[in-house]
Design a protein around this ligand. Structure first.
Ligand code: PEP
Ligand code: MN
Length: 343
């Protein structure tokens, strides 16, 4: 059960309500969300009398939520959350296209890629600088030097930028330059990192862990939101299954399923989801058909030369073809949404 208080701040009335719970031995804690205070019960709430609580003037609503996730729950916030970065809405009607290389490798590579992304209608430039690699012998990213190159690409093209954070100690530095902080699959359950990005002042793109259930995915978003940051973008990027034709299995049914129960936007990353550049286009269109509110695509000027994830990066021509189809698909989707069949 959640108790949403009225917007006006009345600490005397709030104290009266809290002492009501105290006397009954019911433990509570307060969450600030959207300029409102929400009371959540940390102990069993079955002996809480809903009618009595509603009689306190400070109380606006009492919501029965049995799900373990609260703040990300549509039962608490019914309307879709729309996140705005550099005048780009994420979570609205128009899908957002985030594209760029797996890793920032050098100035020429990131600036060339940024122009390719921009010229073909991409909205946000991605580029990893702290790379979580399976092998410690693989390229680990350019670290701080990479952030500066990514930022330079932003200054030249005007595209906002997103990059992954793997260590909470880097957040203050990253925040100065990037527009969105990415938490990768491997860190989806790094709860201290989630809390740290929850205190950051930038939107967070949270990628689903390789074996996370829908519930676990949302609980991770809940960690971020509990710290006060409600600008969260979810990202499906494929899960581990027995298949061996693709790197991961893109779980597209999570898109409509998660949209029913959370107000947060969800986008899809078909690059990591398949690990194969030849499958990226079909899965991008399938993701949009499933209701994804955006795509994250890996693009490289010369994929064969890529220092990470070479097999899944699109070359400029493939990216251009993809963007044409995506744009046509979006047009078709809009027309379809307004079309009411005669039967
Ligand atoms: C990435 O987007 O660069 C990345 C490492 O993805 P994931 O966390 O989904 O593996
Ligand atoms: Mn990658």
């Amino acid at each position: 059960m959640l108790i949403v208080l009225k917007e006006r701040d009345n600490s005397e009335e709030l104290d009266r309500l809290l002492s009501y719970f105290n006397k009954r031995g019911i433990e509570t804690y307060l969450i600030k969300s959207d300029n409102r205070t929400i009371i959540e019960f940390s102990s069993e709430d079955s002996n809480v009398d809903k009618k009595q609580i509603m009689s306190f003037p400070v109380v606006d609503r009492v919501i029965d939520i049995k799900d373990p996730f609260r703040l990300v729950n549509r039962k608490l916030i019914e309307k879709d959350t729309i996140i705005e970065t550099n005048n780009i809405p994420i979570g609205g009607d128009a899908p957002v296209i985030i594209a760029g290389p797996c890793s920032v490798e050098n100035e020429r590579q990131i600036i060339d890629t940024a122009w390719i992304v921009k010229e073909h209608g991409g909205h946000i430039l991605r580029g990893g600088v702290f790379k979580p690699r399976t092998s410690p012998y693989s390229f680990q990213g350019l670290r701080k030097e990479g952030i500066h190159l990514l930022f330079k690409a932003k200054q030249e093209t005007g595209l906002p930028i997103i990059s992954e954070v793997v260590d909470s100690g880097d957040i203050p530095y990253l925040e100065k330059y990037v527009d969105i902080l990415q938490v990768g699959s491997r860190n989806m359950q790094n709860y201290e990192l989630l809390k740290a990005v929850g205190r950051a002042d930038k939107p967070v793109l949270l990628k689903r862990a390789m074996s996370a259930t829908l519930n676990e995915f949302l609980m991770s978003a809940e960690y971020i939101m509990m710290e006060g940051n409600r600008q969260i973008i979810l990202c499906e990027r494929g899960i581990r299954t027995f298949t061996d034709h693709s790197r991961n299995t893109l779980d597209l049914s999570i898109v409509p399923a998660i949209k029913q129960i959370t107000h947060l936007p969800i986008i899809v990353d078909p690059s990591h989801g398949t690990g194969r550049s030849d499958l990226v286009e079909s899965m991008s269109l399938a993701a949009l058909a499933a209701g994804a509110q955006g795509l994250m695509i890996e693009v490289h000027p010369e994929p064969q030369q890529s220092l990470s994830d070479a097999n899944q990066a699109l070359n400029p021509l493939q990216f251009s073809n993809l963007m044409h189809k995506v744009q046509h698909f979006i047009e078709w989707q809009k027309a379809y949404a307004n079309h009411s069949p005669a039967y």
